[in-house]
Every structure is written in C-alpha cells, then in structure tokens.
Unconditional design. Structure first.
Length: 344
C-alpha cells in the first residue's frame, strides 16, 4: 500500500511513481483519499499504474491484502507530513510493516517505534546508511570496469529512471551491467545501495566509492545521480557523488518544460551547454569524463512537442538526445560505445 495522501503526481510523489513503474506486481493499492474521491484511475494522475486501485483509507486498502505501507513521497527536507502520522499509526495497528525513505527516521520516533514494537511490525528506514563508510581512498582508478554517472539540471527530474533504463538496455545487449542506487527510491527498486544524502558530508565521496568498489567485478556500472551541481540546497551531495564514483562518462538529464530550479524559482536553469562545461570542468582534475548524451523528461508533452525538445537539445549541445521512456534508451546506449570499446 503506497501512501501519497493529497500529493499524487509524477513529480510530487516521485517515490510512488517510480515504484509503480518498476514494481507494479508488488503494489497492492495507492492510498490517496483526494485522488480516490475524483473517481479517476491511477494512470490519469501519473500516466502509469493501470489496474492498481486508489483507496481512501488504510481500512479500505486492507481489502487488497497489503503487507506493508510505503511512504510514497520525497519532499524537500525529507520530513513526514504531520497529517500523515495518524495514517502511519493506523497502518501499524493493522499489522502492516512500514517502509520509509524520509530523513525523518521512523525508528527514532518514540510514538512510531513504540506502536511498532507493541504490534510486532518492522519499521524500515531506507535512508539510514550502513556502517563502515569512511572517506574516499582513491581505489577505483585502476579498475577495468566502466562507470557511467547520470547528472541533472535539477533535482526530481528523472535521473534515476534514466539510470535504470540505460542499465536495462546495457544488459539486453549482453553487457554485465548494474544500476547503482544512491537514493531511497532507487534502493527500494534495486534492493541495495546507499542514500548518499543521509551520509556525513566528509563521507559522501567514500560512500560513492564504496558502492563502486563493492561491484568492482561488474563490467559496467550506471550510477544514479542526485541533485545538481548548482542546486542551492543539494549541490554538495552531487559533487561528492561525482568525485567519489570517478565516472568514465556522464549523461545529462533535463526536463525541457522546467525553466527554474524546483522550489527555488528565483534561480533560472542555465543553458545546457553551460551545464555540460561546468560538469566536465568539475570532474576533470580528479578523473576526466565527458557528457556523451542528453536524456530528457518530456512528461506532459505531446509527441510533437517531445520531438521538438529532442531536436532543440541536440542542436544546443551537438550530442544525441532522447527521452528513454518515450523513445527508448538506444541513443544513450549508442553514445556509450566509445568507453565500452575502450574497456575491451
């Protein structure tokens, strides 16, 4: 049972949307009383999820036999909405385990932990990092694996989706590839990873390095990006992730319809060429990498509008561009050929 109460939408409930896209068989229902009252199906809100019911309450959702309640949003600051506390407590009382990717740790919340202990259910705080993370040790430089990092012009823009789609395309072509999750939603989908934005700042680079080192026998890693290098709130984790993972190639993620940084509307998004130059300059001193392609999030656009957005991105950057959901990931895959051939 995925909780989105009052926030159902492709960007406002990013975690829910991604879980429904990649784990539909595990989704019993979506709890959103506001959306349920409209009588519209789930796919009318997020474009996917056909056949998955919308319910108004925990009690109504129990009819679909869920075993867990999953918090389906990833808000700025990672706090649990106050109005949702009652819903989470109702789920615990009904015997549901609770999965959360928020910064607000359910296990550290006395009310939730006490209720869970009495009912014998588990609270899973996905964002809490594993033990043993330290500073980066520069141990990736000589590995034969190829590492591809997804960077973005903003947060909440589709970097994880692009990483997953590229990894799938690589594996379909016979490459020994793995999607590396660096955020809570990616971890829920992949079943492993580290939410680097919940790691001590000195250890973010080390966390990124550790994820790659643990997968050192893989031929290719596709590393989920976080934030953006010029984001007023999240730039630190973005830079740490890039320097720690030492990628061989970058893919730039962008939403053509977005003109300013989400939640920081006074900051306009720079031109794509400027973003590319800044990113390449940022990684050059440690481990030079080039942006080889542009991935677009064209949700809400018509096919004609999306085609024009692709043409505009290619014209502005002189790089191949596509929306991996709308058009498939072949252009992104083909753009990686030089680094994959170099390994062989």
């Amino acid at each position: 049972m995925i909780l989105t109460e009052g926030k159902l939408g492709i960007f406002s409930s990013k975690t829910a949307t991604s879980l429904i896209r990649y784990c539909p068989e595990e989704t019993a229902c979506v709890l959103d009383s506001k959306a349920a009252r409209t009588g519209k199906p789930l796919e009318s809100f997020i474009g996917i999820g056909q056949g998955i019911p919308l319910v108004r309450s925990v009690k109504a959702g129990l009819a679909f036999k869920p075993t867990e309640l999953l918090i389906g949003i990833s808000p700025v600051g990672g706090e649990l909405p106050q109005a949702w506390r009652k819903i989470v407590l109702q789920a615990i009382a009904a015997g549901l385990h609770v999965v959360s990717g928020l910064h607000h740790e359910l296990n550290a919340d006395p009310e939730f932990s006490s209720a869970a202990r009495k009912r014998g259910v588990r609270l899973h705080d996905v964002r809490v990092p594993p033990p043993g993370i330290g500073v980066a040790l520069d141990c990736l430089r000589k590995l034969k694996q190829r590492r591809i990092a997804i960077i973005g012009t903003d947060c909440n823009i589709g970097k994880m989706v692009t990483a997953i789609e590229l990894d799938r395309a690589l594996r379909h072509e016979g490459h020994d590839s793995e999607f590396v999750a660096t955020g809570q939603t990616g971890i829920m989908i992949a079943g492993s990873g580290i939410a680097v934005d919940h790691v001590l700042s000195d250890y973010v680079n080390g966390a990124a390095e550790l994820l790659c080192w643990q997968r050192r026998k893989r031929e290719v890693l596709v590393i989920e990006g976080q934030g953006s290098i010029f984001h007023p709130a999240y730039s630190a984790v973005t830079v740490g992730l890039l320097h720690g993972s030492m990628p061989h190639a970058l893919i730039l993620q962008h939403a053509p319809a977005r003109k300013s940084i989400r939640y920081y509307e006074t900051y306009p998004l720079p031109p794509l060429k400027e973003v590319i130059a800044l990113a390449e300059a940022l990684v050059k001193p440690l481990y030079p990498a080039k942006v080889l392609a542009v991935a677009l999030n064209t949700f809400g656009m018509s096919d004609a509008q999306a085609a024009r957005a692709v043409q505009a991105a290619e014209r502005q950057t002189a790089l191949p561009a596509c929306d991996p959901i709308r058009h498939g990931a072949k252009k992104l895959l083909d753009a990686m050929t030089p680094i994959l051939k170099h390994r062989k």
